[in-house]
Write a protein that binds this ligand. Structure first.
Ligand SMILES: C[S@@+](CC[C@H](N)C(=O)[O-])C[C@H]1O[C@@H](n2cnc3c(N)ncnc32)[C@H](O)[C@@H]1O
Length: 242
């Protein structure tokens, strides 16, 4: 493994604001933040620009950046410590395992920024707005909570709109080009690493906000058993590297 990655992994071991595959956190996040303010998750946070940006905009709310890649989390966690941002923390886990780390209703809101679009049909189940992920979010979100998606991918935007319709979710906001319509303001003005790259490429930025259906998310049967065998070891489809 590259030396830089090793240095970053060693650093986050010592950071008080990074939790890596922690045990016993379900229902216990108020002990991390030392308050019971509402918790927002930034899923696939990468370097955590939204956790840092929203954390600065809303000091009376708590933010947790979630990603499996420790070397990316390192960047946001280091900044949060330097800025003394005590309402921002980072959690290194697989997003598909959220329910192991949060109690029902412990999460007030979710942001998903520029997740991998997984363009091939066979990998569509890895999209973070696929019903099997929505079912995970449902297990930890407060009823009526909002899920926000920002993406440069027309395919992921269209896919998510289809899922929203099929599942009977409530659409809160639907913008097809936030910069063209002057909507890159407030929380939408925060830019992530990937957003900057996409803007430099002249790509449109889509934004969807929606709420899960009252009747519950329906996950097609074939996705309920997503665990497969790889090299004789049981793994889930979304297992990735560090
Ligand atoms: C394209 S990057 C976007 C990072 C950041 N949101 C941004 O806009 O700069 C996608 C991120 O999602 C993370 N990711 C993808 N699937 C994941 C999963 N199932 N569990 C945890 N992290 C995941 C990757 O590690 C990666 O950091």
């Amino acid at each position: 493994m590259a030396q830089k990655k090793l240095v970053r992994f060693a650093a986050i071991e010592t950071y008080s604001n990074v939790l890596q595959y922690p045990e016993g956190m379900k229902g216990a996040w108020k002990t991390v933040f030392k308050n019971d303010h509402p918790i927002t998750l930034e899923l696939a946070c990468g370097k955590g620009e939204y956790s840092l940006g929203l954390g600065a905009q809303n000091p009376d709310r708590n933010y947790i950046g979630v990603d499996v890649k420790g070397n990316r989390i390192y960047v946001g966690a280091k900044k949060a410590l330097a800025e003394n941002r005590s309402n921002v923390a980072f959690l290194r886990i697989q997003i598909g395992h959220l329910e192991q780390y949060f109690a029902p209703g412990e999460v007030a809101e979710i942001w998903i920024l520029f997740p991998d679009p997984f363009l091939t049909k066979s990998r569509a189940k890895n999209r973070l707005t696929h019903p099997r992920f929505l079912a995970q979010y449902e297990k930890v979100l407060k009823p009526g909570a909002t899920i926000h998606l920002k993406t440069d991918s027309r395919e992921l935007y269209d896919f998510t709109r289809e899922v929203i319709e099929e599942q009977g979710c409530e659409t809160v906001t639907d913008y097809q080009d936030i910069y063209a319509i002057g909507q890159a303001t407030g929380p939408l003005a925060i830019q992530t690493h990937y957003e900057k790259l996409h803007l430099a490429d002249g790509r449109k930025i889509y934004y969807l906000a929606f709420r899960l259906p009252e009747g519950g998310v329906q996950v097609p049967e074939r996705y309920l058993q997503a665990t497969t065998q790889r090299n004789g070891k049981a793994v889930t489809d979304d297992d990735g590297d560090a």
